[in-house]
Design a protein around this ligand. Structure first.
Ligand SMILES: Nc1nc2c(ncn2[C@@H]2O[C@H](COP(=O)(O)OP(=O)(O)OP(=O)(O)O)[C@@H](O)[C@H]2O)c(=O)[nH]1
Ligand SMILES: [Mg+2]
Length: 318
């Protein structure tokens, strides 16, 4: 899947990509240098969808190159997800001209594009003018094309831009038969793990910290922060997820978790956290604290079911 991140310099494109796909927090990307030309990076979104992100440095000299006759086809062809981003506090400059060319070549070389996402970034800044940008960018666009434009005011700093990008990519998963098949397979493996263990299983993607699948079905949570896989930082994050599960399952009051290597425990359950082949992290939540349940889970985590899950991740990344 080719994701094209386009827009004028300083819009926040690289910050958005790094914070969403690599789980970095904003502080870690505040000192980014302008991107030189196209930076291409591969990510596996939610552990199932391969993304090839084309982050196009937006300085004038690069834009000229992208629009030049011998480069435009390379850049604008085979785009599956097109994202145009602007700094909505920066009203000088020729953003309209850039946007029009972007649309023109996108439609010429990726004619099947159904949606163009426009992120009006930096709304956390006092002088941001997202309404004005909406007017400028949509002015003079013909009605059919206008229907394909999806504007969202966002902030990478505050996290709403990442949230929006995840939403956009989730929509792409839903459109992709291959992704849905992979998801079905993983769900099946999780359900197998669950059988006879009186426990629920949640599988998170390591790089972006997002949920891949769970035996609880759809489950909203903040990304799990694997970058800091250590005592103290993981606890509160896991605890929120666990609290939500107990609510969903109507379990009695929760007590604080204690970390014992990779086993957390509360008054009424164990949470076992185990890495799956460097690519994902499996979280298992038992429904009680019976010894048998604990050992059944431990058995599963060290048995065939877990190995199947592991080999799934090994194989799919070959
Ligand atoms: N206040 C604020 N600053 C942001 C936000 N998003 C990005 N920035 C800052 O804007 C600056 C530019 O961010 P980049 O991600 O490098 O922008 P870019 O679009 O990749 O720039 P080019 O590579 O030159 O095209 C950085 O200093 C970021 O910290 C935001 O939502 N709010
Ligand atoms: Mg950049």
């Amino acid at each position: 899947m080719k994701v094209l991140l386009f827009g004028p310099q300083n819009a926040g494109k690289t910050s958005l990509m790094r914070t969403t796909c690599l789980g970095y927090n904003f502080m870690k990307v505040v000192n980014l240098k302008p991107t030189k030309g196209i930076s291409r990076e591969n990510f596996i979104f939610r552990g199932i969808m391969e993304l090839n992100v084309w982050d196009a440095g937006g300085q004038e000299r690069y834009l000229e190159r992208y629009f030049s006759e011998n480069q435009r086809e390379l850049i604008f062809s085979e785009v599956t997800t097109a994202v145009f981003m602007v700094d909505s506090s920066e009203t000088d400059g020729n953003v309209k001209e850039i946007f029009n060319k972007f649309l023109e070549y996108l439609i010429e070389f990726s004619p099947h594009t159904e949606r163009v996402y426009i992120l009006l970034n930096k709304i956390d800044l006092q002088d941001s003018q997202e309404d004005k940008f909406y007017d400028i960018l949509s002015e003079g666009i013909d009605e059919d094309l206008k229907k394909k434009l999806y504007f969202t005011p966002v902030s990478v700093k505050e996290g709403s831009a990442q949230h929006r990008l995840i939403e956009i990519l989730d929509f792409e998963i839903q459109r992709s038969t291959l992704s849905l098949q992979k998801l079905g397979k993983i769900r099946h493996l999780l359900d197998e793990l669950k059988t006879n263990t009186l426990s629920e299983y949640l599988l998170f993607n390591r790089p972006d910290g997002l949920l891949i699948s769970s035996t609880l079905g759809r489950f909203e949570s903040k990304p799990l922060e694997f970058m800091k896989f250590e005592i103290g930082t993981l606890d509160s994050n896991l605890y929120q997820i666990y609290k939500k599960i107990t609510q969903m399952l109507n379990m009695p009051n929760v007590s604080p978790l204690e970390l014992s290597t990779i086993i957390y425990e509360s008054n009424n359950c164990y949470i076992l956290v185990k890495e799956v082949s460097n690519e994902a992290v499996l979280m298992s939540v038992t429904k009680n604290k019976d010894k048998e349940v604990f050992f059944e889970v431990m058995n599963r985590l060290n048995g065939d079911h877990f190995n199947n899950l592991e080999s799934y991740f090994k194989d799919s990344n070959d």
